[in-house]
Design a protein around this ligand. Structure first.
Ligand SMILES: Cc1ncc(COP(=O)(O)O)c(C=O)c1O
Length: 377
């Protein structure tokens, strides 16, 4: 999580002084400028700022045309927003196991594909990228959309690309726990002009007043309001400047921890799909008891304990309950979807034996090195 301080305070003060708080009013430019800078940084044609990561996912699904009757593959280990977003566009989530990398298992993706599968939402959890090469191959083979949930991996690289900018669309979160932190916020990423136009339409009601339908032949459709304010644009601009240095510090600490822990036979570092750019670290044990014991160490937490990210705790999804019965997508799904409590038992087993290591980007390197060495003593 990035720090928020004086620079953000100053930027917000300036935005208020300019009296242009609506991003689409004449002369407002802070959100536009942020979007252009972020797009350049991550190598995407378009970034559209919205009010949250959840809304970014919903907007991306709506923009790519996912809807009623569609099945969307989501990992069993993620924040519930990933599974809720398909429901909000009338589709149903299908749970897929993770592998030891803690990201969606491409082999289980293949097993879960049905004739009704329309999209995959790979989630880059805790700054760890998914196996995007394998996922894009599977998606191409089966004609599926890939909408990346990069809410927990803003700015993180996967080989020569960036998380969120590899599939047809991506979603970022800027809430208080994320790499860019403005309290609440999010963004849709895409390099597809049509998906971008549809996302812009959806996030701003489908109104004609802002020229969202400038393409001939494109019909406006009813959307909602997910527009960001210039206050957010102001904070985002400052936070974006902090992103690179923060990731660099995480990268250095990850290298150091991996090299220190890697020398001990007690630990097995969780596999990572791009070691050269890794900024997240966890270790996996053969037995649950070893993970419980290790989790008592400073800066270490057992993943199972963080249960809100595990499907077994997504009660409204498991119960297939929506705010109105007539708008319940499970009633019009083409088949019965199984959410038995042990439907992703492999995920539970892996999480049970895995410990996350906080890399402490705010702490000096010598202190983190001492901590790493204390783990192997
Ligand atoms: C993996 C993942 N997806 C989606 C979201 C939703 O983001 P937000 O809280 O900004 O709506 C989060 C936020 O915690 C997340 O961690």
């Amino acid at each position: 999580m990035a720090t928020v301080g004086f620079r953000e305070w100053l930027a917000v003060g300036r935005a208020i002084a300019e009296r242009k708080l609506l991003r689409y009013e004449e002369g407002a430019r802070l959100t536009d400028r942020f979007e252009q800078r972020l797009a350049d940084r991550i190598g995407a044609r378009h970034v559209l700022t919205v009010t949250s990561g959840t809304n970014a996912l919903i907007c991306a699904l709506a923009a790519t045309g996912v809807g009623p009757g569609d099945e969307v593959l989501v990992p069993a280990y993620t924040w519930m927003a990933t599974a809720a977003a398909p429901v909000m566009v009338g589709a149903v989530p299908v749970l897929v196991d993770i592998d030891e990398s803690l990201t969606i298992d491409p082999k289980d993706i293949e097993r879960k594909i049905t004739p009704y599968t329309r999209a995959i939402i790979p989630v880059h959890m805790g700054n760890v990228p998914c196996d995007m090469d394998a996922i894009m191959r599977i998606a191409d083979k089966h004609g599926l959309l890939v909408i990346e949930d990069a809410c927990q991996a803003v700015g993180v690289r996967y080989k020569d690309r960036h998380c969120g900018a590899i599939g047809q669309a991506g979603a970022l979160s800027f809430n208080r726990y994320k790499n860019i932190n403005i309290g609440e916020g999010g963004a849709v990423i895409t390099s597809d002009d049509r998906i971008f136009r549809r996302a812009r339409n959806y996030h701003d009601l489908g109104t004609w007043v802002r020229g969202h339908n400038e393409e001939p032949g494109e019909q406006l459709f009813v959307g909602t309001n997910m527009r960001a304010t210039e206050i957010e644009g102001a904070m985002l601009g400052v936070q974006l400047s902090k992103l690179g240095p923060m990731l660099k510090r995480l990268r250095k600490r990850r290298d150091m921890f991996a090299s220190v822990l890697g020398k001990s036979s007690r630990f097995r570092i969780s596999p990572h799909h791009d070691e050269a750019n890794a900024v997240g670290l966890s270790v996996i044990f053969d037995r649950r008891e070893e993970a419980i014991a290790f989790a008592k160490r400073r800066g270490v937490s057992r993943l199972q304990a963080n249960s809100k990210h595990v499907y077994t705790n997504w009660k409204p999804i498991l119960d297939k309950r929506t705010f109105h019965p007539a708008l319940n997508p499970w009633t019009w799904a083409k088949r019965e979807i199984d959410y038995d409590i042990d439907c992703c038992a492999r995920t539970l087993d892996i999480l049970d034996r895995t410990c996350h290591i906080a890399l402490g980007h705010r702490f000096p390197m010598p202190a983190m090195r001492l901590l790493a060495h204390s783990h192997v003593r």
